[in-house]
Each structure stands twice: as C-alpha cells, then as structure tokens.
Design a protein around this ligand. Structure first.
Ligand SMILES: N[C@@H](CCC(=O)N[C@@H](CS)C(=O)NCC(=O)O)C(=O)O
Length: 250
C-alpha cells in the first residue's frame, strides 16, 4: 500500500461475482484499489445457489447490514460497505481524492456517476442471455449505446478533461495528495467517477470507436497512462468483457 494511506484501508477484501475478466460492477473498484496500491484480496464468488443464493446472500441478509448484493468491500476489522458508486465514493473520501472545490462540483460528480450507472445497467439489460431477445441485443450494439456515450462525452467537455472535473491542480488538493500518497501519478485531479466511466468504456470496446468521442478519448488516454493502471491492465491475460463474450457466441 502507498505510504500514508489510512490504515483502515490496509488489507481490504473486495467481493464480486466471477463473471469474467472485467465485466460487472466490481471492476471499477478493483481499478481504484490497483491505482492507489491498496493491498487487497479480490474474492470472486460463483453466481450459483450453493455459493451465493443459499449461502453468502443469506448470510448478508441475516447481518446488521442486510444488503443482499455485490460488490461489497470489507475492511480488516470486518466493516462492510456496499454498492459500486457508494463504495468508490467512500474510498475516495478516505484517500482524500479530488472531489471538486464546491458542493456544485460534488453534485456534478455524483450525477455523472449516476448516469454512467444507468448506461451500465442498460448494457447489462441489452446483452445478458437468456433474458434479452436477439433484436434487442442487435439494437443496442448497433446504436442503443450511443446516446449514453454522447451524453458522457458532453459532460466530460464541461471542465475540458481529461478527468471529469478537469485537470487544473488545486493547491490544497495537491498538498494533501502528496501527503497521503507520495505517488506522482501525473493526474492529481482524478475523481471516483472517472473509474466507473473508464470501466464502462472499456467494456464497450468491441462496439464503440472511442475516436468518435473526443472528450472520452482524452479520459481513456490519460487513465491508461497512470503507472499503476498501466501495470494492472498489462497484467491481465486477455480482454474478456461482457460484450466480447456475447459477440464471441454469435
Ligand atoms: N446498485 C448496486 C447494484 C448491486 C447489484 O444489483 N449487484 C448484482 C450483481 S451486478 C447482485 O448482487 N445480484 C445478486 C442478486 O440479485 O441476487 C451497485 O451499484 O452495486
């Protein structure tokens, strides 16, 4: 773990399903943990009645935080935190990550994350077999995803990127970033929303030509230059997001 980061985040566990390499709501959290060198275990649960429905899910329901869903982040002292965006926001807060300079910025971040979540759910609802018809899947792949990409590209243009709140280094943040991490990633101004948006774009690679979306291109370029992200992406054996899986079944 990077020196100075809160002890609370040492040796956390991230639970999610073992869907595939990067698909699903756990991966943006994994990206953030890798980027900030937070020591963690990634526990990928089988999505079947033995491992999930009749066991882990039941255990969660019986607990004092009865969220019956993953992702889940568990700290060393057993505290549990749920839901993709809120887990990222929690981590961002603990890490002193850039949150903007005003409540208006924070609202902008949260609203963008919320729309990104809608996009991700739309992906899941349009590609998941067997609940989706071939026609629905085809419509999504040919054009359905575009409205989300166009919208996010527009939002990434507001602060002129590469990250959602722009790239101006705020002096207070600059100092606090160095205090907590001592790690020059070349992007002091990344926010938690950037992880989820990058991940959604990554999962759309087979159908989305990133060059059509100039602001999102800038995000992908900057994100993939982050040293720990670069290392992590290079360590993955292959790309195998949900769309690749779907397309390979055709
Ligand atoms: N809004 C939640 C959604 C969590 C969610 O529905 N997760 C699904 C997997 S992607 C789940 O746990 N499903 C298990 C079930 O429904 O039994 C988030 O952002 O994490």
């Amino acid at each position: 773990m990077t020196a100075g980061i809160s002890k609370e985040l040492d040796n956390v566990k991230l639970y999610y399903f073992n869907y595939n390499r990067t698909g699903g709501l756990g991966e943006s959290i994994k990206l953030l943990l890798e980027d900030f060198e937070i020591k963690h275990k990634y526990i990928q649960v089988e999505r079947n009645p033995e491992a999930w429905d009749n066991s882990f899910r039941e255990e969660l329901i019986a607990s004092d935080k009865p969220f019956d869903c993953l992702p889940l982040l568990e700290t060393k002292d057993g505290k549990r935190y749920f839901c993709s965006g809120p887990i990222l926001r929690f981590l961002a807060k603990k890490l002193g990550m850039f949150d903007g300079l005003s409540d208006e910025d924070i609202q902008f971040l949260d609203a963008t994350e919320n729309l990104n979540f809608d996009w991700y759910i739309s992906l899941a609802l349009h590609v998941a077999r067997p609940i989706v018809t071939d026609e629905n899947r085809k419509n999504y792949i040919e054009s359905g995803y575009r409205k989300h990409a166009v919208r996010l590209d527009r939002l990434y243009g507001i602060h002129d990127g590469p990250y959602i709140l722009g790239s101006k280094v705020c002096v207070i943040f600059y100092l606090s970033f160095y205090r907590v991490s001592g790690n020059n990633t070349g992007g002091y101004d990344i926010s938690y929303t950037d992880y989820v948006v990058y991940h959604t774009l990554d999962d759309h690679r087979p159908i989305l030509d990133i060059k059509d979306f100039p602001k999102l291109s800038k995000l992908v370029e900057a994100f993939e230059k982050r040293p720990n992200i670069k290392k992590y992406l290079a360590s993955l054996p292959h790309k195998n997001g949900p769309l690749e899986q779907e397309l390979s079944q055709k």
